[in-house]
Design a protein around this ligand. Structure first.
Ligand code: MG
Length: 256
């Protein structure tokens, strides 16, 4: 069931989204060669606590998972697509790596979700293009997310950008409704047909999150930790995400 947010909830989501963006900006600015994923996790927890907010992913147990997620932040390095665990799997970031930082923030009981992928020091032009293109796909998806359009319009806009660049588009994971829960309806795949799927109505809040791989689209779940997804061929992967509000016209980016 798709839940439409009230005006009051939207005001809180705006406030939470603003804070979410500030936290993610600060974490992204910390990324440099030699920093560890645990330092990013610790800083994320401190920043979340500063305004009395909570981490949406910490102790969240998605449907089908064997245990709750053990960290506030997802930190996914190079071939890790999403859900890399920063504290249990503490690692040093090296020059030339790329790292995705994914945060879910609960402010006053409402959740915003967003991610960026950042370069660690200097990266190859090939990786620069991967980051640029994945971000471009997110913006294309947001541009297509107008009230009266359909989920497939978002999906196909994202897919077009990935296909044009020749990247593997992750199909097993997708965007989603968000706000009252971490994952709500509708699901927003990163591929699809224009004009198909759920109708986008003003007041819907969704997280759009393209994941593009330099190699094939295939991904594998780490069976030991139960969370980390990696590309099957070991190629690097990028991930960008915003929580947006559907309006009558252009969507409003809540996590901008
Ligand atoms: Mg998400």
């Amino acid at each position: 069931m798709i839940r439409i947010k009230t005006k009051k909830d939207i005001a809180v989501l705006r406030e939470g989204g603003h804070r979410h963006a500030a936290i993610l900006r600060e974490l992204a600015a910390m990324v440099k060669p030699g920093i560890t994923t645990l330092e990013l996790e610790d800083r994320a927890r401190a920043l979340i606590a500063e305004e009395g907010d909570r981490a949406a992913f910490l102790d969240y147990q998605p449907y089908g998972a064997d245990r709750p997620y053990p960290a506030a932040l997802c930190v996914s390095v190079n071939d890790e697509v999403v859900h890399g665990i920063p504290n249990e799997n503490n690692r040093v970031l090296n020059e030339g790596d790329i790292v995705s930082l994914d945060l879910g923030l609960i402010k006053k009981d409402l959740i915003t979700d967003g991610a960026v992928t950042v370069a660690v020091g200097k990266i190859s032009p090939e990786l620069e293009k991967l980051l640029e293109t994945t971000k471009k796909a997110l913006m294309a998806g947001i541009k297509a997310a107008k009230g009266g359009k359909r989920v497939g319009d978002i999906s196909s806009a994202i897919e077009l950008v990935g296909v044009a660049a020749g990247y593997g588009i992750v199909e097993e994971l997708s965007g989603h409704g968000v706000g009252y829960e971490v994952h709500e309806d509708p699901y927003v795949p990163n591929y699809g047909e224009p004009g198909k799927g759920e109708l986008l109505k003003p007041g819907m809040v969704i997280a759009i999150e393209p994941m593009f791989n330099l190699g094939t689209s295939e991904i594998v779940l780490d069976n030991k930790d139960g969370y980390t997804y990696r590309t099957a061929d070991g190629s690097p992967s990028a991930h960008f995400e915003h929580t947006i509000l559907i309006t009558k016209g252009d969507a409003e980016i809540l996590t901008a």
